[in-house]
Design a protein around this ligand. Structure first.
Ligand SMILES: Cc1cc2nc3c(=O)[nH]c(=O)nc-3n(C[C@H](O)[C@H](O)[C@H](O)COP(=O)(O)OP(=O)(O)OC[C@H]3O[C@@H](n4cnc5c(N)ncnc54)[C@H](O)[C@@H]3O)c2cc1C
Length: 396
């Protein structure tokens, strides 16, 4: 009997995983013992980290887009459709087209979406760089501001110990903003204020979600005349008056509110009812080691949809994909899982427009910040402009 593996979502995690599985199961697929399907709601693949460069007019849509089919090995059947309902008891996916796809193995790889509506007034008055159109709108404001106050906020999910998307992105964009306004010659007339909420995962009153980096930040900000403030948990925005209110009882004016907004899983995932929290965010309960969804046979989750304490980042997908691939192959061949995820995430942080800082951490070790360098910046540029596409093809 033929086994069908269905990966839903053709972003970073789904694509790396599909290509790894196709390589490992090549013989079974060719001999019609295994069928490998990817269902995604878009024919295109977007390199999402480039959205933050879009906000500084340094990247445009065609540069960060590829046809999804072109990134997949030929053993993979690619279907453009939207998963609307997961019937986990019958093991069937119901799609927008009306088609139904039964599965033996299912991988959720549907990412997450910004959810500014969770905070009153944020969708009307805030800007962000986590989607292309939003980043273009912010780019227009940043390219024309002559004086005033740019106020930076970070909102965490309400599910305990789950981070926002790409932990380092608010720092990267704050430093890029400083460089960008200096280049434009308006930096002296524009105040930059970086804030962080009182609760950031397990930490309290810090400037970042891990202590060693949080402790390095005041010096980095002081050298650039960036103001910073702990304990600002965005709770409401007055779009008319342009005032941000915090849960701690403060109010702060802004000309541009550059926010890391709340996020949630996509609707069909939220509707599975599998999430353990009652926050409406929908993160799937994930076995920290095997990356299986708790309580479900042959069901895995990768990337931004997990409820793990690690960064929702491409650098997480890169390390999770081989674990899931090994476990699915082992379940098929041996009837049991064999591989464990150690929480590893790696990336090269963009520290300003030119410099970069390689970073790595896992469940047990925090990032140890090092001085950012131009070589780091070149590495990051190389990843943005080429290595990413080799990574999702499963080549590196
Ligand atoms: C501004 C920004 C900066 C970032 N910076 C970095 C960085 O520097 N380093 C880093 O490692 N990571 C970074 N990230 C995070 C990284 O992009 C994500 O963590 C990564 O893309 C997550 O991969 P994923 O496969 O979980 O989801 P995604 O890549 O978002 O893919 C989800 C896929 O699912 C599809 N889909 C959604 N719903 C459905 C449905 N119902 N049916 C079918 N298909 C569906 C989507 O179309 C998409 O193809 C950044 C992200 C942003 C936005």
């Amino acid at each position: 009997m033929r086994n069908r593996i269905v990966i839903v979502g053709g972003g970073t995690g789904g694509t790396i995983l599909a290509n790894l599985l196709a390589a490992k199961l090549h013989r079974e697929i060719v001999n019609n013992k295994v069928e490998l399907l990817m269902i995604s709601d878009s024919p295109f693949h977007y390199y999402k980290p480039a959205f933050m460069y879009v906000a500084f007019n340094a990247f445009f849509k065609q540069e960060l887009t590829r046809s999804q089919q072109s990134l997949l090995r030929p053993e993979i059947k690619f279907i453009v459709d939207k998963a609307e309902r997961f019937d986990l008891s019958q093991r069937v996916i119901h799609c927008h087209s009306g088609k139904q796809y039964p599965y033996d193995f299912l991988v959720f790889a549907t990412g997450c979406v910004p959810w500014p509506d969770r905070i009153d007034g944020l969708a009307q008055a805030g800007d962000h760089f986590y989607q292309y159109q939003a980043a273009r709108q912010l780019a227009q404001k940043l390219a024309t501001i002559e004086k005033g106050r740019i106020f930076i906020t970070v909102s965490f999910p309400e599910t305990p110990n789950v981070p926002h998307q790409c932990g380092i992105a608010p720092i990267e964009t704050t430093l890029m903003l400083d460089d960008y306004l200096r280049r434009r010659g308006v930096r002296k007339a524009v105040e930059i204020v970086y804030t962080y909420p009182s609760v950031s995962q397990l930490l309290r009153n810090c400037l970042f979600l891990q202590r060693p980096t949080a402790e390095a930040l005041p010096g980095i900000f002081a050298a650039r005349d960036i103001r910073h403030q702990r304990g600002f948990t965005l709770s409401r925005v007055d779009a008319q008056q342009k005032i941000a209110y915090s849960a701690e009882g403060e109010e702060q004016p802004f000309d541009i509110l550059m926010a890391t907004p709340p996020i949630r899983a996509v609707e069909a995932v939220c509707n599975t009812g599998l999430s353990e929290g009652n926050t409406g965010e929908g993160w799937l309960p994930t076995d920290h080691q095997t990356l299986q969804v708790y309580g479900q046979q042959g069901v895995y989750v990768i990337g931004d949809t997990v409820d793990l304490p690690v960064s929702k980042a491409g650098g997480s997908c890169h390390n999770q994909a081989p674990v899931i691939a090994d476990n699915i192959v082992a379940e098929l061949r041996l009837g049991q899982t064999v591989s464990h995820y150690d929480g590893k995430v790696q990336a090269i942080a963009q520290m300003g427009l030119q410099a970069g800082m390689p970073l790595v951490y896992d469940y047990r070790h925090d990032v140890l910040p090092t001085p950012s360098t131009k070589v780091g910046g070149m590495l990051r540029n190389g990843f943005n402009r080429g290595l990413y596409w080799a990574t999702v093809r499963g080549l590196i």
